[in-house]
Write a protein that binds this ligand. Structure first.
Ligand SMILES: [Zn+2]
Ligand SMILES: [Zn+2]
Length: 198
């Protein structure tokens, strides 16, 4: 509606033409100014107008948060080696809020898994000890009993552990997933990833 009003009294064709035939930005050759800007950015030269606002208060330099626009001293920001100041552009509070907003649960799970795997490879004894302590403390519930019965069946050869995941077909270590702990020998063999997503 607003668009029609805008075109009233002038050549409709020309008006539409303006909107439809607007060239896309990447079809325009770079200007000397924009080239200089890109070159500076590649060399890591900060643009003056892009410098973070700062001022000195009671002898302490304080910087502006890009998000809430409040000023904080260095301690109010997390460290980030990629920036000139070595600080994130957002204050700690805003940084946390942004990371919660943009958090990707699946990716987080994957990163945790990978870091646990790395730590385990670095220090297997520590992990083994921790797991052993944990298993001694844990009381035997339905789940543990089902697992014990299943392990006994595997040892005796009654059940053969496959080498691939039932769900995604990945070859490698698989873990048993119980649909029902009352039926300890009825299991679905899944890789860590598929088991984690259950
Ligand atoms: Zn902030
Ligand atoms: Zn799988």
């Amino acid at each position: 509606m607003g668009y029609k009003l805008l075109c009233m009294g002038i050549d409709i064709q020309g008006c539409l033409g303006y909107y439809i035939h607007m060239p896309a930005n990447h079809n325009i050759p770079h200007t000397e100014k924009s080239k200089a800007k890109m070159s500076a950015s590649h060399k890591g030269i900060p643009l003056l107008n892009k410098r973070r606002l700062s001022r000195t208060e009671n002898g302490v330099e304080i910087f502006r948060c890009s998000s809430c626009h409040n000023f904080y001293p260095r301690e109010g920001f997390y460290k980030n080696k990629r920036t000139i100041l070595g600080l994130t552009s957002e204050c700690k509070k805003c940084h946390i809020l942004t990371s919660i907003k943009t958090r990707n649960r699946e990716n987080g799970k994957r990163l945790n898994r990978e870091s646990a795997r790395r730590n385990r490879a670095k220090n297997p004894e520590k992990f083994r000890e921790r797991e052993l302590n944990y298993s001694h403390k844990r009381e035997k519930n339905e789940k543990t009993k089902a697992r014990e019965l299943l392990n006994a069946a595997i040892r005796s050869g009654k059940i053969i552990k496959p080498d691939r995941c039932h769900r995604c077909g990945t070859i490698g270590r698989v873990t048993a997933h119980h649909q029902n702990y009352k039926k300890p020998l009825e299991v679905e063999w899944l890789c860590y990833e598929c088991h984690g997503n259950k």
